[in-house]
Design a protein. Structure first.
Lengths: 494, 436
């Protein structure tokens, strides 16, 4: 999550050239001259995929009461955006390829992929200002007035079926909204500036890309330093993400475009694995090879990915994180031992006497890697079928389960008896930290330890209200409303 | 720069380093005539790294057997050097990493910290060993590729080094692997490719971070090296906008303004960089500027400060012999002792940079045939660097190869007519001589 702090520490050679260049004013070896203090931590926030959500759209019932026509897929990037982020503010990278991927056959490979590429331009290149006056939307020119830094994007849909790949450009030059700089720069943000950035495409898909309030809620300090879970019992919880924004890419897609059979699953199809899709999001950067001296992009390489929440933080050990982020879900079998014997279970036992089983965790493997097969004791199918599913980290969503109305949604999802909640997909309200802590402690085993039913970080809800309509994620905190002490309080690298 | 709360924890070696730093600060103030505050805490935000250090120490206090926390402390100490230039954090980093590794012999984060530290101290063979050990222990962690690749490149084992850097980029394109690939292209004489890759590196950095500012400065230096002063100034000012007071960006802007002939403004920026971070390249830059501004006494003080800072680095385990050799060769004619030191220094760093420095030392000592041999070797990768071409041209002129000399000097001046306030006029005079 918020710190795929892949900290590679670079190294560095040398100062020598430092002297070479220093002695002469104009440097020769630019890089060499400063290798000794070559860069340290290479955080890459614009390519850092922080969270993925997938749920049946709750505000979109079709003619039949128990059906909803569309699914909503949300991927968040750029963790811990300070609302008062000026003068540069935050934006997607023009050099990153962002993807939201759907597997509907169970092999862990994407059968439907949405790819997003952004383009930044400056209305007035001579100024550093983000906005040159109050930003308003001008319907006639389909553009924002007084906004200096404008970001637009293209959406491609890549469909793979039976060895054939079809690439469609769904849209070009779609507007993103400005960041919520604050009242004077971006007045009437939610009502006037966001709606023009919600686009309906020719195939019925709706799409939004831009800044939002970070919907994830967690006591970072307590959760990543388990010792503090106890301390928090006395001091009260602390949502480490309160007041931070992220950048969201949200899609609302007719279910028939996502399922293997091309159908819209109804409640009666809930036990059919064909009703299940697996979702993950990723970010890729270009690998450029100059071996021949020319300029050639030889391909895209995945630098971050996310399916099930917190897998990178609580399942994958630190030495494997780089490889995990670079790996496609279809190749996740190599990480199986970390699911079967999660280090966190032993930690919970040591600290709380949780009584969590520490080996042969087939319950976690089923929920997180293969999906729950038909006939399981929970009565909820999340295996993508038919056939034997691959071991793959995907957020699995059974599209046949009807949505719970937003005002009735329970943060504990399936643990509270709501089959449309995590770990069946993931809704914005779902408290994945508490659910996963309890799952690791054994609440989904046939004989759950008592302690597994009470674990939690104490942060139960997001600090900002979610929207009742697409894109659902809350309005970003305005720049003038908050100022955090800088920098944000990172927990120790998990 | 040194917080008092660190004192009780210091090992004797670190305490010695502290003393050395104190000495350097005193020298620094004395030499500069007390014209401003001594090296004070940098204005750039260091709270992030200080926080990392505090958390790692708290975790170690809670559990002294926490190898991961010790490795994180080592990382943070290394980051601290990057931010403050205070090399007394090196012994602290080494101590933390070695203790971590003693507790958990398979802890790759500790190995990577030790590899990074070895490279920072210019102990490349040692860095290579750590990089390989780390990779063997955990191939799924990619930091080891950068360490191994850097070590191979600095050791002059280019074919192997470039292959490792290319592999690192294929595994994970990020700020580190892009910037290393950029350096490979720079060495190969492909400045456009180097600029494209460094731009990708900058894009992959967090605005406001020390590492992103570093990539912007490198980008500016690459542009400056081919004479694009406007582009260089834009990059340097962007780095300063994102990270006000960043010493590398101040020095980079100083070099840019100097190339445009704005020597007084450049000198002011160089002094500001020195005030923030005690790296010898900054007073060396100021010495050049003071010389060009006709202030030889000030330049001598600057050079003395370079020496003090180098002694400080050496006291903290950093090899600085090659640096010293080059600066001294520029200042005065090298004697037999200086040549012997340069030879020994090159032996530890037998790549094109070692060849360039040793070649220049020999040329400046009047041993031009030998100097030319090393200068030619230094260009064997096709590197298009004005200063290296100038060194080779001067060696050729002195060794009686006027055609070669003219070619090299022309190339240096064509690449960047302002490559050095001091040496560019020499290049033009010599070229006129050999070409006639």
């Amino acid at each position: 999550l918020h710190q795929t702090r892949s900290r590679w520490l670079v190294a560095g050679p040398l100062a020598l050239t430092a002297a070479v260049t220093a002695a002469v004013l104009v440097p020769g070896f630019a890089s060499g001259s400063s290798h000794r203090e070559a860069p340290g931590i290479s955080q890459d926030p614009t390519a850092d995929n922080t969270d993925v959500y997938a749920f049946t759209s709750p505000d979109d019932p079709s003619t039949k009461q128990d059906e909803s026509r569309t699914a909503t897929l949300i991927a968040n990037y750029i963790p811990l955006e300070e609302p008062s982020g000026g003068p540069n503010y935050y934006q997607f990278s023009d050099k990153v390829r962002y993807t939201i991927n759907v597997d509907n056959t169970g092999d862990g490979r994407e059968d439907v992929q949405y790819a997003f590429r952004f383009h930044t331009s400056f209305a007035t290149p001579s100024t550093f200002l983000y906005a040159t006056g109050p930003v308003t939307y001008d319907a006639a020119s389909r553009s924002y007035k007084n906004l200096n830094i404008v970001q637009t994007y293209d959406v491609q849909k890549i469909t793979r079926r039976g060895g054939r790949t079809v690439v469609q450009t769904l849209a070009r030059n779609l507007l993103t909204p400005p960041d919520n700089a604050g009242g004077k720069s971006t007045p009437n943000y939610a009502s006037a500036l966001v709606p023009p950035a919600i686009h309906t495409l020719k195939d019925g898909t709706r799409v939004f890309a831009g800044q939002r309030d970070d919907p994830f809620f967690v006591d970072l300090g307590a959760t990543f330093d388990l010792v503090n879970l106890e301390r928090r019992a006395q001091t009260g919880p602390d949502d480490g993400l309160t007041g931070y924004n992220v950048h969201t890419i949200a899609l609302q897609v007719p279910k028939s475009q996502l399922t293997r059979k091309g159908n819209t699953p109804a409640a009666k199809d809930a036990d059919d694995p064909s009703s299940v899709i697996g979702v993950y999001a990723a970010a890729e950067r270009p690998v450029v090879d100059f071996a021949k001296g020319g300029k050639a992009t030889v391909g895209w390489k995945q630098v971050s990915r996310l399916g099930e929440p917190l897998v990178n933080e609580v399942v994958i050990p630190i030495g494997k994180k780089d490889a995990w982020n670079a790996t496609d879900p279809a190749d996740d079998a190599q990480f199986l031992p970390f699911y079967q014997s999660p280090g966190l279970a032993a930690g919970l036992n040591a600290l709380f006497g949780a009584g969590a089983p520490t080996t042969n965790r087939n319950d976690l493997v089923a929920v997180l890697l293969t999906g729950l097969p038909p006939g399981n004791p929970f009565g909820l199918v999340t295996q993508i079928g038919p056939g034997t599913p691959a071991l793959a980290d995907l957020l699995r969503l059974n599209l046949a389960i009807p949505p719970t109305p937003p005002d009735k949604q329970d943060r504990l999802g399936v643990l509270a008896g709501q089959a449309d909640g995590f770990p069946n997909g993931r809704r914005l309200v779902d408290d994945v930290v508490d659910i996963e802590l309890r799952a690791v402690a054994g609440v989904l085993t046939s004989n759950p330890p008592a302690a597994s039913k009470a674990l939690g970080d104490g942060v139960d809800t997001n600090d900002q209200p979610f929207l009742s309509t697409f894109p659902y994620v809350a309005t970003p905190i305005a720049g003038v409303e908050t100022a955090h002490p800088r920098p944000p309080t990172f927990p120790p690298a998990p | 720069m040194i917080s008092s709360r660190r004192l009780p924890r210091l090992a004797p070696a670190a305490a010695a380093a502290l003393l050395a730093l104190g000495l350097a600060i005193w020298l620094f103030s004395a030499l500069r005539g007390g014209s401003s505050a001594p090296a004070s805490a940098p204005a750039v935000a260091t709270a992030g790294t200080d926080g990392d250090i505090a958390r790692a120490r708290a975790a170690i206090a809670a559990n002294p057997r926490d190898a991961g926390a010790r490795a994180r402390l080592a990382d943070a100490a290394l980051e601290k050097v990057r931010e403050t230039g205070d090399p007394s954090w090196y012994p602290a980093a080494e101590d933390a990493a070695r203790r971590g590794l003693a507790i958990d012999p398979r802890n790759v984060q500790a190995m990577d910290a030790l590899g990074t530290l070895a490279l920072a101290r210019h102990r490349f063979a040692e860095g290579l060993a750590w990089g390989r050990r780390s990779r063997a222990a955990e191939p799924g962690s990619f930091a080891s590729y950068g360490i191994e690749g850097d070590a191979l490149v600095e050791l002059g084992r280019y074919r192997a080094g470039f292959a490792v850097q290319r592999r690192a980029l294929e595994l994970r394109p990020d700020l580190g692997s892009y910037s290393r690939a950029s350096y490979v292209q720079e060495l190969l004489g492909d400045r456009r490719g180097a600029i494209a890759l460094m731009s990708l590196a900058a894009d992959a950095g967090r605005p406001g971070s020390e590492s992103r500012a570093w990539t912007l400065v490198q980008l500016g230096l690459l542009r400056l090296g081919s004479g694009d002063r406007a582009g260089a100034e834009r990059d340097m000012r962007q780095a300063l906008a994102e990270r006000p007071g960043d010493a590398r960006a101040l020095a980079g802007l100083a070099r840019t303004l100097a190339a445009a002939g704005r020597l007084d403004a450049a000198a002011a920026l160089a002094r500001e960089a020195i005030d923030r971070v005690p790296l010898p390249e900054y007073p060396a830059l100021l010495a050049e500027l003071d010389t060009a501004r006709g202030r030889p006494a000030a330049a001598r003080r600057d050079i003395a400060l370079v020496g003090a800072m180098q002694r400080l680095l050496a006291a903290n385990g950093v090899r600085v012999d090659l640096d010293i050799a080059l600066i001294q060769a520029d200042v005065r004619r090298p004697d037999a002792h200086a040549i012997a030191r340069a030879r020994a220094a090159r032996a530890t760093r037998p790549g094109v940079i070692g060849d360039d420095v040793l070649g220049w030392v020999l040329t400046r000592a009047g041993r031009c045939d030998a100097g030319l041999g090393y200068a030619r070797r230094s260009l064997r990768l096709g590197t298009r660097d004005a200063l290296m071409l100038f060194h080779a041209g001067m060696a050729a002129a002195c060794a009686g190869h006027p055609a070669e000399a003219a070619g090299r000097l022309r190339a240096a001046l064509a690449l960047n007519p302002h490559f050095s306030v001091r040496w560019a006029p020499v290049a033009r005079r010599t070229l006129a001589g050999v070409a006639s």
